[in-house]
Ligand binder design. Structure first.
Ligand SMILES: [Zn+2]
Length: 450
């Protein structure tokens, strides 16, 4: 049985009491957390450890859940300045999406996985919003499995309103999703799949009704960009006579396995509908600020009981995918919007990224906190750098307000060490980066952006 002891660290449990253990240990047996405790591990536990990680001056905490990202966009960061959502889609995203080739998508996904591991994300919901060569979806699952990341593919589609080259038929989407679900997601809780209409206005009613029915049948979720821009509600009223949330409810989409990416332009009445159906919202503050779409009503949603998770969104609208960065912006965006410095304290932000992330991921009982019996998705953050020197009054505050990706030292998923002392063990980053740079130059040249 493989065993790891992490000792002498500050353990941020993110349990329901937000318990922080100033000097504690965590013991992993195979894929699960066996013990979490104060002080030194008892000899009985220590003697069983195959590997011992010294976490002195480090924080041991649950892995972050990046609940909304587009890994293929890792290749197109830095191209989206100064545009709101729909002009950004039409003028930047669609033309470059149409030029992307399979090998480039594959490299972008791997590079995105490496960046998420570096940033302490142990579970990632990867929303693929472009149609790929059919085998490429399998290749992506294969890579995620080989790496050992907890990976959910939100298998995106558009079957109306998008450029011709970016659309698929409803039949193609359903058969591909069924194949991927049956091939990769049976009996493996590291891999999962959701149906994912890209946006509310890019799916036909027939396909939306069908996938809402099939998702319940197969026990999978639906992941969809919703109410990101105010204009999208106007478009929905014009087409369907209802705003987006009541429309999705009417179509049978709102459910405890459904995640709405963004959820900015949502009324109090609509928030109640989300709470009643157990639907989660994924807040992406950096992306929302970058393309100026608005401020998600996180406080009202939290009060109503809507689980609000956090995501980086894609590189095209964030220019990074670092979740520690997202934590800070999530807190500060709510503060400036409400002029209330206490509206979203660090503990709540961490909770959004961990426990609410676990809910949105569909694994509430497995991940999101460091407790015996839960899966060993653990990160260790180095607090001894020149910026993050302990001791401090609040480790949680320090993490949220000063933490950066480069402070994450170790990333463990399902009991497997993916990164140790800042070295990724499961991907050859040097080769990957060289190939990635060449692929990016080729893509930009073909797209006429070089
Ligand atoms: Zn997105």
């Amino acid at each position: 049985m493989s065993t790891i002891l992490i000792e002498d660290g500050t353990v941020l449990t993110v349990n329901t009491e937000c318990e922080v253990i100033a000097n504690g240990y965590l013991f992993i047996e195979e894929d699960c957390i066996a013990f979490v405790g104060r002080g030194k591990a008892p000899d009985l536990v220590r003697n069983q450890a195959e590997e011992i990680i010294d976490a002195t001056d480090q924080v041991v905490m649950p892995g972050l859940v990046n609940s909304h990202v587009h890994l293929f966009q890792t290749l197109i960061r830095g191209l989206s300045d100064n545009r709101p959502l729909i002009p950004w889609l039409e003028e930047v995203a669609f033309p470059i999406y149409e030029k992307m080739e399979s090998e480039e998508v594959w490299l972008a996904v791997q590079m995105g996985i490496a960046e998420n591991i570096r940033g302490g994300s142990t579970a990632v919901t990867d929303n693929i919003t472009i149609p790929l060569d059919p085998e490429l979806y399998d290749v992506i699952f294969k890579v995620a499995k080989a790496v050992g990341l907890r990976y959910k593919m939100a298998r995106g589609y558009s079957d109306t309103a998008y450029p011709e080259a970016l659309m698929e038929s409803g039949e193609e989407v359903i058969s591909s999703t069924q194949h991927l679900h049956e091939t990769w997601c049976q009996g493996d809780d590291l891999l999962s799949i959701d149906f994912s209409p890209n946006v509310v206005w890019s799916t036909t009613d027939d396909t939306l009704l069908e996938i809402a029915h099939l998702a319940k049948d197969w026990g999978i979720g639906i992941h969809i960009h919703t109410a990101e821009d105010e204009k999208e509600n106007d478009m929905c009223v014009q087409t369907n006579g209802l705003r987006q949330i009541p429309w999705l409810h009417k179509m049978g989409v709102l459910d405890h396995k459904t995640q709405l990416a963004h959820g900015i332009w949502i009324t109090d009445e609509e928030i109640e509908l989300l709470a009643d159906t157990g639907t989660s919202v994924v807040h992406n503050p950096v992306s929302n600020m970058f393309i100026a779409t608005g401020v998600c009503p996180v406080e009202s949603m939290g009060k109503a009981g809507v689980p609000v998770a956090l995501g980086s969104d894609g590189q095209a609208v964030n220019n990074g995918q670092e979740m520690l960065d997202v934590l800070k912006w999530a807190a500060n965006l709510q503060k400036i919007n409400s002029l209330d410095a206490a509206i979203l304290p660090p503990e709540k932000v961490i909770n959004m990224a961990c426990r609410n992330g676990a809910y949105a991921f569909g694994q509430t009982d497995q991940i999101g906190s460091l407790e015996p019996g839960k899966k060993a998705d653990v990160i260790i953050v180095d607090m001894d750098s020149s910026r993050l020197t302990m001791p401090t009054l609040s480790v949680t505050s320090l993490l949220v307000n000063f933490g950066r990706s480069e402070d994450v030292a170790t990333t463990i998923v399902d009991g497997k060490i993916l990164m140790l002392d800042k070295e990724i063990l499961v991907l050859d980053e040097e080769i990957l980066q060289a190939e990635f740079r060449q692929a990016r130059s080729r893509l930009l040249e073909r797209a006429g952006i070089a």
